[in-house]
Design a protein around this ligand. Sequence first.
Ligand code: NAD
Length: 476
Amino acid sequence: PLLALLPGADLDDSAAIAELHRLHALQRAAFGADPHPDAATRQGRLAALAGMLLNHREEIRAAMAADFGSHPDLFTDLVELLGIAGRAAFAAEHLGTWMEEDRRFSDPALYGTARAGVRYQPKGVIGVIVPWNFPFDLSLGPLVEMLAAGNRVLIKPSEYTPASAELLRRMVAETFPEDLVAVCVGGLALAEEFPTLRWDHLLYTGSPAVGRLVALAAAENLVPVTLELGGKCPAILTADSVDAQSVRSVVGTKLVKNGQMCISVDYALVPRERIEEFAAHAERYLTDELPDYASSEHCTGIITERHLERILALLEEARAAGARIVSLGGEGDRTTRRLPLSLVIDPPAGLRIMNEEIFGPILPVIPYDDLDDALAAINAGERPLGLYVFSKDTAVAEHVLRATTSGGACVNVCAVQGALPSLGFGGIGNSGTGRHHGIEGFREFSNPRGVVVRGTGDLADAFLPPYGPIAQAVVD
Ligand code: NAD
């Protein structure tokens, strides 16, 4: 009965499911006919992807605003458009090197002049399941490395972003033949069907709970998966770094998409004696620079009324438990689902805001007395997707990096590990497995095939029966 409440649950997906199977079969056949596109072909596809984005700027902005109720246009341009186009340009530039055979050692005494190496071969047909929070970046972004690696791709957007999903479907259909890249739009039944197909690789981005279901469904066919999941990313401020710039970075990152970002700061750890200073800097940032934040164009709407209710319930629980809550950035606007920022300072233990990923504009500010105790508390939880440390002392920052484990990390800034096209991006444990972006993405979506080409003067026949003088010579 709960599933019936989800958007898309009432859609009749039978036509969408039939279309999914048709496209999957079509792409498999096309891959069989052309399994190794050359570098120039791949670069042409990447250029087409970048051009597609640049040609649809106004429509992408409008779709994001429609899905979120409110979404800053410049941020849409930066991430959902230019970020992906830049990533495509980066991949196209480096593709020649990425595709090169990675030569490996083979012992000349045993294998003579044999040539050994890892050759990166396209995997085949890849499925992509996309969440609602970055509908273009989390579909077309990984598509960059998938195309760079020579694959064919089917994308399934989230049912929470119908405007973006429809635009994505139309843009992709206009730009690529459907046997190369296509978008399948539908509801929950389509989502459940998607991971059951025999993909050559499957990328899922979304919550750890659904990620587990996807991984289980994929395991049925032994389909390799990349899981880009979520969790609670901490920001740790050390005593020398509770200043305007660090606090602006931490609080400003929480305001990006109003907290609806997987690598957002989930909570801040602050030396106990600097807590008031942290709150004062946060207040000054919003008062000086974003006084009407929650009714301004800078504030992203919460994706649905149901998600908004959840965030309000988290706050209500904290308030009822006697937590000190500082609301910043004005009143908010219910029709566009915009909410102000709430700092929850030194919350009592056991609240939901400290047990689940917040994914909204609530920032718990947690005091600590000893840095290593704070790190031990992080390590006692699930491994985060991102971890941010602020310190003017390089040795302290390095200590924090060495003492913790996370998918990515930043020193004196937040979330930039997800923005660089050159840096592999992903989680560890509960925050995910596998990488996309850059060469790590290219390799993730390639089959690293170990190839040996026999030369001359080898003793390779030593391994073949009958085991006589050649094998004896090798053993001796
Ligand atoms: P969501 O509800 O849009 O779901 C994600 C996708 O899963 C959708 O396409 C949906 O149709 C599909 N889905 C739902 N039920 C399914 C099922 N039973 N089987 C197969 N597919 C199914 O998004 P969400 O899960 O609310 O996304 C938010 C979460 O995603 C947060 O935890 C966030 O941290 C995480 N996230 C991670 C990254 C990353 O790169 N690691 C990026 C963005 C978001």
